[in-house]
Design a protein around this ligand. Structure first.
Ligand code: ZN
Ligand code: ZN
Length: 373
């Protein structure tokens, strides 16, 4: 590692972007498709390395085509070659009708990402693809994205370490009574200064009664002594995100608020301890929920226990009671139980963890104590 100014320049472990097309092809075949039109831009990025804001990919049986417009001619070349991906790039400022129709000659079943294709688009594809059967697919690429390679894990671990560093800087500042907005801004600035590309999502800082609203936007409310304050934050490094929540307090909170926090902290620990390959995902949810239920706050835990993280802040798999599928090595999930008592207080504790052969490996390491200094 070498430093330029205060920003650290890091060398990241390479990702296997080139190997993704083959895995997605297999998943598409399993979904009954001979080819897949990928329009979700995060999925396009995953397959090709291209990060532009417009474009789509055609994944045929023996070719990968990236179609974008002239604004991205140079960038698409540079990014896909840097990723080492074997892709044909087509640049057009018109509808990609001819390019797609030519690629689709002789293809029987073409998958369309049902969650990303509008009704209007679907009608257009039906016209362009003529005789081929259109197959609505869900989660074909997303399912492949669940298992992270070493390069992806390195980016997420780096993002998580930056968020840990940012919180370590900002935490003692809470004693000065900043507003929620000022606190969020200090974190967002620290992410960038510490080398992140930005914030993984809009940073949440919610204090006192605001902490009872799980996704409260930061307000002009100053953080007062004895209040629980929930800070939910993450950084982005090369497209990959981290996600962490800590609950803190300036001075000692009300005994009931302290009890809420201790319950949530313990529930979160029990949830993380459940993480192991082969364990049904629902068991992680149950471990958290049972602990909170035991203290009588079952109805105050108003959201799912967690979610996958990667190129998206919320992605597969979902950590909830209905997720009976087993955890797999290489998945990265959050464990984030919370208790919210309207008008009074709230607490949430969240880590991003990697599923390994030996159980959970935490990527987020900030201390889980209320104290700010
Ligand atoms: Zn979060
Ligand atoms: Zn989360």
């Amino acid at each position: 590692m070498s430093g330029t100014g205060t920003q650290t320049v890091r060398t990241l472990v390479p990702m296997d972007v080139a190997g993704r097309a083959e895995r997605v092809r297999a998943a598409a075949a399993e979904a009954g498709c001979d080819a897949l039109v990928v329009v979700n831009l995060v999925n396009v990025r995953y397959l090709t390395g291209f990060t532009g804001s417009a474009g789509l990919a055609w994944l045929g049986t023996d070719e990968l085509v990236l179609i974008t417009d002239r604004r991205y001619a140079e960038q698409s070349e540079a990014e896909t070659s840097r990723a080492g991906v074997d892709v044909r790039i087509e640049i057009t400022n018109l509808a990609p009708k001819e390019i797609l129709a030519a690629a689709a000659v002789g293809v029987d079943r073409i998958g369309l990402e049902a969650a990303s294709v509008s009704w209007a688009d679907q009608r257009q594809y039906a016209e362009w693809f003529g005789e081929a059967e259109l197959v609505p697919t869900t989660g074909v690429v997303e399912q492949c994205r669940q298992i992270k390679d070493d390069g992806e894990i390195d980016r997420m671990a780096t993002a998580a370490a930056i968020a840990d560093g940012a919180l370590a800087e900002v935490r003692p500042m809470l004693a000065d009574g900043p507003t929620e907005k000022e606190t969020a801004l200090a974190l967002d600035t620290a992410f960038r200064r510490l080398g992140a590309d930005g914030s993984a999502f809009a940073t949440i800082v919610a204090s006192g009664p605001n902490a009872a609203l799980p996704h409260k936007r930061p307000s002009d409310r100053p953080i007062g002594p004895g209040e629980l304050v929930i800070v939910d934050m993450g950084a982005v490094v090369d497209g990959y995100r981290s996600d962490m929540t800590r609950t803190m307090a300036v001075g000692e909170p009300d005994p009931e608020a302290r009890r809420v926090f201790e319950t949530v902290r313990h529930a979160q620990q029990l949830g993380v301890e459940k993480v192991a390959p082969g364990t049904p995902i629902s068991e992680v949810d149950k471990a958290c929920r049972d602990r909170i239920d035991a203290d009588g706050w079952a109805d105050a835990f108003v959201h799912g226990t967690g979610h996958g993280v990667g190129l998206d802040i919320h992605e597969q798999p979902w950590v909830r009671a209905t997720a009976t599928e087993p955890l797999e090595v290489g998945q990265v999930i959050t464990v984030e139980p919370g208790v919210y008592l309207p008008g009074f207080c709230g607490a949430r504790v969240e880590d991003t963890v990697l599923v390994t052969e030996d159980g959970a490996r935490r990527l987020t390491h900030s201390p889980k104590t209320l104290a700010v200094a």
